[in-house]
Design a protein around this ligand. Structure first.
Ligand code: GLU
Length: 431
């Protein structure tokens, strides 16, 4: 039955013709829509749509077999008017300058929306980490760090984990940067291991923030968490923490997807079994008693809450009409295209946007940076309490502006964020 339905949808001409989304095109379209509504003058629009700085580096890495391979990486600082640039580094075969620019711009809005004193940045290296040994990954990370060392630093640009990077990668970056400086500089990155100046609660922070945003969204839209059917696309750090917290709150996790495919069980998937499968074989398909389907088909199964927690451009004009859910919460950056956003608006499906829903990570990164600069560390309770406060405050602020302006959550979040960055830009004025 399910397969037949899927077959019919595949033949839909709109789906076949839907354009591939470029994240930069999406980011700029979102920004333009907000500046229009804010009546921002065209000069400010022009100043904010360009990244401040973009660095492309091509660098060699010695492989385990003795050969040398060239890699390409980027670091883009979109805006620094409210403070140092901040944002993750991703390792992925699909990394491009356009994508890194879009992600840097989204970081600017995210930090402004959460009212933390950072601008936005992002970095990336074009690489399939599954093809590298741990030693190769370390050499690549150290070399990439050297290549971007001239523009990063605790006062200028602070990287953090993103797709396929983690606390260990941050430790290598911190070490490589510190060697260059001749002293230990913990505040150059966030998301480090706690043993070298990381913050407790940082690893779980993005997922915890997504959980808080989901909880608040459900409260506003009258969806009881207990028994709510949840689909999560992506089971990395963010997706897995979100799944665990939602399951603890009584939700039924009916569908999960990783890069290899998706699993589904309308009676609920045991999140601990999914975590175990990832730990042992690295694949969700090894979870027992589940139906297997493709990641894109999973998105269209019935749910109460749909959480894209993987990559950009997943909810598009091609599938937005087939999504059967009551609430979408963007744990990934840029998972919904403008076209899909319009369809969800028309269909009355609320979308809690990335710059709000997944901001928990950068909020606790901010806490980590503050702790590093003060050499004074907080308890987990303090970190989580402050995170809870900042997430709920921002959610309430966005909800209030949406009611006042009669707009969707993304527009509400952008109106607050872009206005803050524009004000900082205006008041600093041109040199
Ligand atoms: N990569 C995360 C994000 O997209 C975290 C960034 C940070 O902590 O600086 O928000």
């Amino acid at each position: 039955m399910m397969l037949k339905e899927i077959e019919n949808r595949v033949k839909d001409p709109v789906r076949v013709k839907a354009p591939q989304s470029n994240p930069l095109v999406q980011a700029l379209a979102q920004f333009d829509a907000a500046t229009e509504r804010l009546h921002l003058n065209p000069e400010l629009n022009a100043m904010l749509r360009f990244p401040k700085r973009e660095l492309t580096v091509h660098f060699p890495v010695r492989m385990d077999d003795g050969s040398v391979k060239m890699f390409t990486g980027y670091r883009v600082q979109h805006n620094v008017n409210r403070g140092p640039a901040k944002g993750g580094i991703r390792y992925d075969v699909n990394v491009s300058l356009d994508e890194v620019q879009a992600l840097a711009m989204w970081m600017t809005w995210k930090c402004a929306l959460m009212n933390i004193p950072f601008g936005g940045a992002k970095g990336g290296v074009i690489v399939d980490t599954r093809q590298l040994s741990s030693a190769e990954l370390e050499r690549l990370t150290r070399r990439y760090t050297m290549e971007i060392a001239s523009i990063i630093g605790p006062e200028s640009d602070i990287p953090a984990p993103d797709i396929n990077t983690n606390a260990q990668v941050m430790a290598w970056i911190m070490d490589a940067y510190s060697i260059q400086c001749g002293r230990t500089v913990p505040a150059v990155v966030t998301g480090k291991p706690v043993s070298i100046g990381g913050s407790v609660g940082r690893t779980e922070a993005t997922g915890r923030g997504v959980f808080i945003a989901t909880r608040e969204g459900c409260r506003v839209h009258g969806i009881p968490l207990k028994g709510a059917r949840v689909i999560i696309q992506g089971f990395g750090n963010v997706g897995s923490v979100t799944a665990s917290l939602l399951a603890q709150a009584g939700c039924k996790i009916v569908g999960l997807a990783d890069v290899y495919g998706a699993i589904y069980n309308e009676n609920g998937i045991d999140v601990n079994k999914a975590l175990h499968a990832i730990k042992t074989s690295g694949r969700l398909e090894d979870v027992p008693n589940v139906e297997k389907l493709s990641g894109s088909d999973l998105l269209e199964q019935p749910s109460d809450i749909l959480i894209p927690a993987a990559i950009a451009g997943q909810l598009t004009a091609a599938n937005a009409r087939y999504i059967q859910t009551k609430l979408i919460v963007e744990a990934a950056n840029g998972p919904t295209t403008q076209e899909a956003d319009a369809i969800f608006r028309e269909r009355g499906i609320p979308v809690i946007p990335d710059i709000l829903a997944n901001a928990g990570g950068v909020v606790v990164s901010y806490f980590e940076w503050v702790q590093d600069l003060q050499h004074f560390f907080w308890s987990l309770e303090e970190v989580n309490t402050r995170l809870e406060q900042m997430m709920t405050q921002s959610f309430t602020a966005v909800q209030a502006i949406c009611e006042e302006q009669q707009c969707d959550y993304r527009m509400g979040a952008y109106l607050i964020a872009v206005a803050r960055v524009a004000e900082a830009t205006r008041i600093r004025s041109l040199p």
